[in-house]
Write a protein that binds this ligand. Sequence first.
Ligand SMILES: Cc1cc2nc3c(=O)[nH]c(=O)nc-3n(C[C@H](O)[C@H](O)[C@H](O)COP(=O)(O)OP(=O)(O)OC[C@H]3O[C@@H](n4cnc5c(N)ncnc54)[C@H](O)[C@@H]3O)c2cc1C
Length: 665
Amino acid sequence: MPELTAVQREVLRALVDTAVPALPVEPDPTGFWSTPGSATGAHELLEQFLATVLPEADFLGIQQLLDGMATLGFQHQERAAREAILGSASALAPEAAVAIQTLRGGACLFANAIPDAQGKNPFWAQYGYPGPQQAPPTDEPHITPYIPSDGEVLETDIVVIGSGAGGGTIAGVASSAGKDVVVLEIGGASSERDYQQLEVVAGAALMYKGGIALTADSNVGLLAGATLGGGTTINWQNCVAPSAAVRQEWEREHGLTDVEGPEFDRHLEAVLARMGANQDCSNLNGPHQRMVEGAKALGWSCHTATLNVDPAKHRPEMAGYTQFGDVTGAKRGTLTTYLRDAYDAGARILCHTKALRVLHENGRATGVEATYTDPQTLETRTVTVHAKDVVVAAGALETPAVLLRSGIGGPAVGQHLRLHPSSGMFGVYEDDQQAWWGPPQAAVMDEYRDLGDGYGLLVEGSQYYPGVFAFQLALTNGKKHKELMSRFANMCDLLFITRDHGGGSVTLDEHGEAVHTYSLDDPRDQEQVRKGLRVLAELHLAAGAQELWLNTPTAPGFRRGEDLEAWLTSLYEKPFGAGGIAMGSAHQMGSARMGTDPATSVADATGELHDTKGVWIGDTSAFPTPSGANPMLTCMALAHRTAEHLTGVRAASPSAPVLDDTVSA
Ligand SMILES: Cc1cc2nc3c(=O)[nH]c(=O)nc-3n(C[C@H](O)[C@H](O)[C@H](O)COP(=O)(O)OP(=O)(O)OC[C@H]3O[C@@H](n4cnc5c(N)ncnc54)[C@H](O)[C@@H]3O)c2cc1C
């Protein structure tokens, strides 16, 4: 691992204390003002992050920047002089500005996320955030993964790559239908006893690329799960049904006969029932109360969310930690439903196991070649699984990479990547919003779901994370950042997700690893992003927000009474993505899609590859177009349908839950 020199370290520490300064403010009962960022060890974690995550050339660039600052004596200057140096350095070149803002963001993130020896962070008391609240239980996990020996060859009926929403569902349904199943999951196995309710720990352990992934063009941040249960282990449990327009489009334009009518309702109901989805746990925290009040004031449509959460185990004061792993056991993702069904029926589940390629002969699947990595020693072992059927469900970011490495799937592999590009806005209110309490998503504002052509946007809530939010509010002046964060308790973050019209792609780099590109240049999508920013601003203001801030620290804030149109126009002038309004995606879809034409789709309308029999697409990659709804439910219903096609067995019907979609009060 590359290291900084002693002087570079001193400069980095001074930079952290410029981004998160100690300020002489009285009274200071919690020590919020007098504590500098470095008191948390943020400079050390930032260095570790830079050394492990950045490519070597970028790390060298940071070293050069720090050396340049050292020659100006940055580390010995007063705060105001340090700010001036950062300002001048940022003005030198766009690359320098990006590097400095990245360092500021990292400083703010780690300073607000690192716990002390008591498991608390010194800034949280100011925010009224309790931090970790419950010691994890000591219960043994239900699932014990199968550990392969080096060179082991497993024989099975079906091998499933990926254990998330799609792969987990297919493994469970196929096992219940009497098939022998092997699941290969690149992430580790986790259970309630591993969850410490800390974002720094959870990001590294449970998320794709440690929670820090970006498209190659830096346009869109990518969030996905990488653990047993995939996205369903870390997600926000919002079960949003696909609209009638999307189902019609998939049936009529992409040949998925039966998705428009009652057959697909049956699949949706089956997975909702297995997850025990309900509306009893959708407690409205401050941000959701503001969303509902704003929507009411504006006459906009707003609905209670349906969550796959067990009401018997649900505790609203713990629900806000769900992305860090749900310590209560209330979350009913595939880890606690379909993967258990598979395991209990005898499926072998391999973790830390990366599927390299699908094996095939004469246009027919024969198995999978994979590598197991021992999490302690990092020693690797080769594993081969022989099977008549292979389900590729590695998520829409990685499924195309598996297919491309295998040389199957045809010309559409990796094309049509959709991301539901999303952005967020903080409203600052007069009172404490207790945004950490309650589920991240408890209501959905869907007034603009269809802007006339089946495309549009949804407004939803967000997981509460002081580190990530501080990163998003890392203003280009440390004093201003700290002043803003002093009112963090009064903030509500709301997001919009757009149903994207344009798209991106997944290709392979020289090492055979996935490269994601997404240009964000589709005029229809840009219009939706503009609409999303306006809708968030109007909603917050109707609910009483006094100030508005984007999740983009370089964008100006807005104060009630100022000219809203002028502010929105100034935002619209910025690019969307790299160098402009920050965009993110927790919804990746469509990169190995289903359809009737082998030139524009990878799998046929049953989910089986056009060009290789016995290979099935089991995840969100299979969506012909974006779902326009949070994808988990649609993915699982489609996977349920694919599993029936694969096994030839109609799944037993669990009893359907009652879904009361009344407008929230
Ligand atoms: C923070 C967050 C919150 C979300 N909240 C919601 C929500 O409230 N409602 C909703 O509907 N959706 C939500 N989503 C999205 C939802 O979780 C995903 O759309 C869904 O999980 C995708 O299912 P999938 O099967 O396509 O992929 P995943 O669930 O991502 O599963 C893919 C699995 O494959 C594994 N894998 C990857 N490559 C390989 C390989 N080569 N070999 C073996 N294994 C591999 C991965 O580690 C992963 O576990 C959220 C997502 C995030 C990140």
